[in-house]
Design a protein around this ligand. Structure first.
Ligand code: C2E
Ligand code: MG
Ligand code: MG
Ligand code: MG
Length: 292
């Protein structure tokens, strides 16, 4: 599916965008109601240092708790919100709420953490995006360097000239840019040189069959190598087993995020996890070795 076909736009195709979920009219109507009723919430998934498993930050993941349908997954509602424009409002809310939440996380951890927030293509292109970003930082008092904005290759490639300008503005605010689902989009590696990117998130697709899948291993190694030479940090997404963690950690991957080290969780559970993490940190090394 062509994302943008206007004059001067690049036509971008990607695996993910080629098969959008069925556009569900009743779900769309329910969404407007859900916004008014406050049915949207944010979950937080720990991003941990691969070697020590210390929590370094959290990714903010949106949830829709529908009274009868239960939890509606983001793969179902984000594409609809992207189409009808609600994503701008929901995304602005998520960014602001996440920045506020970070301060509470840091109070508990007693050290700097960071918060990672997904930015959809439409939000990224919105004229109001920089105002939304400034508002979230000012309102929460969160320094820009504690914020990571996750965008996909597709978001950059739709309009690279515009993207370059916006990324420059984000860099002025010291917010870091992560490329989400790295390796799954249609893009050119040259953009790693052109744009001020700090983090690559290796997509779960390349992690899930490790260590057995040799080709996936080769791709992970190549990404880690590339990142090392370009001075980027890497997060392995979707790490579910000890073997997967060991595989990426032994090849120099800095951070992991996955069910092994923490599922997406409500803020109060994340705060409990930080307390446990703090407890572990304060133990003498010889005792820590046994529990971590
Ligand atoms: P993403 O940004 O790549 O987020 C990672 C997804 O992988 C999340 O799915 C997370 O729950 C899942 N995940 C993490 N660890 C594991 C694991 O070990 N195993 C497996 N099987 N899955 C794991 P989730 O929460 O369903 O979100 C799906 C996608 O929806 C996100 O992918 C992101 O693209 C989008 N999304 C979520 N929240 C937001 C938001 O606030 N704004 C925007 N624009 N997009 C969002
Ligand atoms: Mg993400
Ligand atoms: Mg991702
Ligand atoms: Mg992913």
């Amino acid at each position: 599916r062509a994302k943008e076909t206007g004059k001067g736009r690049t036509v971008v195709y990607s695996v993910r965008e080629s098969s959008p979920p069925q556009h569900d009219i009743s779900l769309e109507a329910a969404m407007f109601h859900a916004v008014r009723e406050g049915e949207f919430l944010l979950y937080y998934q720990p991003i941990v240092a691969a070697r020590t498993r210390q929590i370094e930050g959290f990714e903010t993941l949106m949830r829709w708790k529908h009274p009868t349908l239960g939890m509606v997954p983001p793969v179902r509602f984000i594409p609809i919100a992207e189409t009808n424009g609600l994503i701008n409002m929901l995304g602005a809310w998520a960014l602001k709420a996440a920045c506020v939440q970070l301060r509470q996380f840091e109070d508990i951890a007693r050290r700097p953490l960071y918060i990672s927030v997904n930015i959809s293509p439409r939000q990224f292109r919105s004229d109001r995006f920089l105002d939304v970003l400034d508002d979230a930082l000012a309102f929460s008092g969160t320094p820009g360097e504690r914020l990571v904005l996750e965008i996909t290759e597709g978001t950059l490639m739709v309009d690279p000239v515009h993207a370059e300008a916006i990324l420059g503005k984000m860099a002025e605010r010291r917010a870091r840019i992560a490329i989400d689902d790295f390796g799954t989009g249609y893009s050119s590696l040259a953009y790693l040189k052109r744009f001020p990117i700090s983090v690559l998130k290796i997509d779960r697709a390349f992690i899930k069959d490790l260590p057995a899948a040799e080709k996936d291993g080769a791709i992970c190694n190549a990404v880690l190598d590339l990142a090392k030479h370009l001075d980027l940090s890497v997060v392995a997404e979707g790490v579910e087993t000890e073997e997967q963690l060991e595989y990426v950690a032994s090849r120099g991957c800095d951070y992991v995020q996955g069910y092994l080290t923490g599922k997406p969780m409500p803020a109060h559970v994340a705060m409990a996890a930080l307390k446990e993490n703090l407890y572990a940190e304060l133990l003498p090394d010889e005792l820590r070795a046994g529990i971590l």
